[in-house]
Design a protein. Sequence first.
Length: 218
Amino acid sequence: TPIRKTALGLAGLAVAGGALAGPALSMTTPAAVTPTAASASANVKDVEKGAPTKVLDYQYKAQENFYYCAPAATRIALTAQGHTPSQDDVAKKLGTTEAGTNSAEDTTRVLNTTGGKDYHTVAIPDGTAKPAEMDRLQVDVVHAIDANRPVVANIKGTATDVDGTPHSYEGGHYLTVVGYDDHGRKVKIADPANPNQSEYWMNTINLANWAAERGYSA
């Protein structure tokens, strides 16, 4: 079932560190079955057996206008896989307009048809992520990054990074996860909204709640 609807509480432009970040539309219907707490916990134990940290090489480029966050975040993910399309080309494939980009279903589709491989969409349909969804995100990030596949997340609202700096996108936003630490309990984010604050680390739990009512491509 497509996970698209009219933007929920779309606030137009969000201001992040003095940079404009365009709106991103919301997702409400799960794209995959939510794992049980037991299965999610078992999967976390599996990833904890692997390398504790990994960060991918990628090419950063800030979004070229206020509504190109999804094209920019998708392009960042593709550059880690050796593909460097223009943001305009990615925007056309995503169907991006000044109202934003519909959902992570679109970023998944374009990633898989523009050089990416094996991306799937995961929704976090409620207003707050459940523990199993937090564990699922941790596992998905580790598996994706280990496969040289950055994660593109569709987020909304405010979240705080590990340094205590808040990042606020009340109208919605897309960003890219390019690495992990502590077996995925922390993630490195490449944020196309503000080139002066283009990278930061965030607790995976905070990222999961940031993506609530939306989701991610992994």
